[in-house]
Design a protein around this ligand. Structure first.
Ligand code: GAR
Length: 227
């Protein structure tokens, strides 16, 4: 049986920092293991380490500095998201990938990329939405922690969860050790979800995730049972 050619999915990746997820995804694309191309990287932080690292891989990487949108002590979200869209849209992305983008986006921006935007969040959603998830998992005495990839909707960290990976919380863990364990899983999980989207297996229609055409009622779990 001959392999079916898949048109590479055009990815715009949004980052705020190191960009280890971005770099993992970009390397998988460039190695031909993921039918996708990172066509642009955008950061709200001009000094994000992921920007020069992306350029070193030959990828367009642009900063839209959040600091430039603070006016009279207030953050001008409409102007900021308009500037982001102006950078992103000429690259005609099929999918916007939030990879450690640490800024809440407006409902307008989310609507612009409805069904075409995914996020990775370092917790087992719906547990620990928001920031400092590793600290909060430890403070809560969780014995299990992990990571989720979800479609983005207007509700913060609230869109349909697609895939999760679980890790144990071990005696003596601190936020750094727990974060490192979670990140190992992130680098497996995110390319996997993007691969399913590129192959048309995963879709988001009217806020509902579909896997192979059927509603995804519960998040998939990384492991032997994964499709
Ligand atoms: C990742 O752990 C990601 O899950 C988290 O930021 C980190 C970015 O790492 N995202 C969030 O907390 C979003 N709320 P990276 O820059 O090395 O990919």
């Amino acid at each position: 049986m001959s392999a079916v050619a898949v048109k590479p999915l055009r990815l715009a990746v949004l980052i705020s920092g190191r960009g280890s997820n971005l770099l993992t995804i970009a390397r998988e694309c460039q190695a031909g293991r993921l039918p996708a191309d990172v066509v642009v990287v955008v950061s709200d932080q001009p000094d994000a380490a992921g920007l020069p690292a992306a350029r070193a891989l030959g990828i367009a990487a642009v900063s839209v500095a959040a600091a430039d949108f603070r006016r009279d002590g207030r953050f001008d979200t409409p102007a900021f998201v308009a500037a982001m869209a102006q950078v992103i849209d000429p690259h005609q992305p099929d999918l916007v990938v939030l990879a450690g983008f640490m800024r809440v986006l407006s409902a307008d921006f989310v609507a612009r990329y409805a069904g075409r935007m995914v996020n990775i969040h370092p917790s087992l959603l719906p547990r620990h939405k928001g920031l400092h998830t590793h600290e909060r998992a430890l403070a809560a005495g969780d014995t299990e922690h992990g990571v989720s990839v979800h479609y983005v909707t207007a509700e913060l960290d609230g869109g349909p969860v697609l895939l999760q990976a679980r890790v144990p919380v071990l005696p003596g863990d601190d936020p750094a050790s727990l974060s490192a364990r979670v990140q190992q899983q992130e680098h497996i999980l995110y390319p996997m979800v993007i691969d399913w989207i590129a192959r048309g297996r995963l879709q988001c229609i009217d806020g509902q995730a579909l896997l192979d055409g059927s509603p995804l009622r519960e998040p998939l779990q990384l492991g032997p049972g994964a499709p």
